[in-house]
Design a protein around this ligand. Structure first.
Ligand code: MEV
Length: 449
């Protein structure tokens, strides 16, 4: 494979030419034209997109859609979603509509604490370190980051606490400073990491200069200072509930409302117990969550990592959602950690992230947490509802058929004929190809031929 030094120093045209020459077989001019075709017509905007990452050659398009009719705590939202998987927006919209006719979604933010650590090694009598931390160091650390926390304090947040933790049972000589923060409407990663790095320097200096320590005790070895994306105390709960009889009947599956609710609850119980099902079940929740996270310029990797860690908090990986049948009521709940921001990062830089927030009524972080949790719940409801009634392929395959037809460049009339033909037939790549070949050869649908 061809290696290169100084790739980042090349301009866009040079980068594309190098890539085409060494890794692609098409004509380099065609490749350059293709990459250019995805650039934004507005050069100033293109600069914004280029600036978001490094070595940018062009833009990568994903669909931007909206799911209407999300009634959350009595207010109706249209929710922007960015996702590559067909049927996710349709499923969210269907879930939103279903529950809008049954009292809507309810959501409540339980806590908003973020956390970060200075991980360090220290060789000495831990009692002495704890004594120093409790009598002097903690206050010194708090004062030391004042210049960083002041602004956040004015916005209602800041540093909440610092703890010293002995982790020598995990790794020899290992201690942590664990700091907790409230970052209000910011996701807060930069703020937290700046505070932690300041703590690390201050800790090292203060221990070195303290006369109660001698020899190796004076040397704190900082391993790393970093926020944790695990935020089990930044939690939102969303739920829907209605009388079982209000769920209606599911005729295609020959289930009445009570049979449906029992089957639905069993599906959730399975996702509580079986890791294979739990993973797919939670993936369905993140279909909705990630799509809004992306549309609002938030960090979907952080949200996913945290959600999956949280799903394992009881010692085994399990469903994030839960279902109860109580006193004739069906109650479906999602409790999920969501550390999101509505200021800072991409949220105002990316023009469509900004527009998404406007569509949502420019929410603060807490309101956005509630919206996202409800979309995750709606997505999960629609997926499990389909699974326990008609099966998932019915809805999926409709979208899949569109994609396959598009792949084969089907005309409007061919699309119409194909949808009629595959109404009760199995959709597959080869079946659609065969259908189109037959149709194109005969100029008649196979139905008629
Ligand atoms: C597909 O992207 C998501 C589902 O598999 C979720 C689920 O099984 O609950 C439909």
């Amino acid at each position: 494979m061809q290696k290169i030094k100084g790739f980042s120093k090349l301009n866009r045209t040079e980068k594309i030419a190098w890539l085409a020459k060494h890794f692609l077989t098409s004509n380099p001019l065609d490749i350059a034209r293709e990459f250019s075709s995805y650039m934004h017509a507005n050069a100033e905007l293109q600069k914004v997109f280029d600036g978001i990452s490094e070595n940018t050659l062009t833009n990568f398009y994903l669909p931007y859609g909206v799911a209407p009719n999300f009634v959350i705590n009595g207010r109706t939202y249209v929710v922007p979603m960015v996702i590559e998987e067909s049927s996710v927006v349709a499923a969210a919209s269907a879930g939103a509509k279903f529950w809008s006719e049954r009292g809507g979604f309810h959501a409540e933010v339980i806590s908003t604490t973020k956390v970060g650590h200075v991980h360090f090694l220290w060789r000495g009598d831990s009692d002495k370190l704890f004594d120093f931390f409790n009598t002097e160091l903690k206050q010194i650390l708090i004062a030391d980051v004042k210049h960083l926390t002041e602004n956040m304090e004015n916005r209602g947040g800041g540093l909440k606490d610092i703890e010293l933790i002995d982790c020598t049972h995990l790794e020899p000589e290992y201690f942590q400073l664990k700091a907790t923060f409230e970052t209000v409407d910011a996701m807060g990663a930069n703020f937290i990491n700046s505070c932690l790095e300041e703590f690390a320097g201050c800790l090292t200096e203060e221990v070195k200069e303290n006369k109660n320590f001698s020899g190796a005790e004076r040397d704190v070895e900082v391993v790393m200072s970093i926020l944790s994306n695990y935020t089990p105390d930044c939690i939102v709960k969303a739920w829907v509930e209605c009388k079982i009889s209000d769920l209606g009947n599911f005729e295609e599956a020959e289930l009445n409302s009570s049979q449906f609710s029992r089957k639905f609850k069993t599906a959730i119980n399975i996702a509580k117990q079986d890791v294979y099902r739990a993973t797919t079940h939670n993936k369905g929740i993140f279909n909705g969550v990630d799509a809004v996270i992306l549309a609002t310029g938030n960090d979907f990797r952080a949200i996913e990592a945290c959600g999956h860690a949280y799903a394992s908090r009881n010692g085994k990986y399990e469903s994030l959602s839960d279902c109860k049948i109580e006193n004739g009521k069906f109650i479906f709940t999602l409790e999920i950690p969501l550390s999101v921001g509505t200021v800072g990062g991409l949220t105002k830089l990316h023009p469509l992230a900004k527009r998404s927030l406007e569509i949502l009524g420019n929410p603060g972080a807490k309101e956005l947490m509630k919206i996202i949790a409800c979309v995750g719940l709606a997505q999960n409801f629609s997926a499990v509802k389909a699974l326990v009634t008609s099966g998932i392929q019915k809805g999926h395959m409709k979208m899949h058929l569109s994609n396959i037809l598009r792949h084969f460049g089907a005309s409007d009339i061919e699309i119409e004929k194909a949808f009629a033909y595959f109404h009760d037939r199995t959709v597959s790549f080869s079946n659609v190809r065969e259908f189109l070949n037959t149709y194109r050869n005969n100029n008649l649908s196979p139905e008629k031929s």
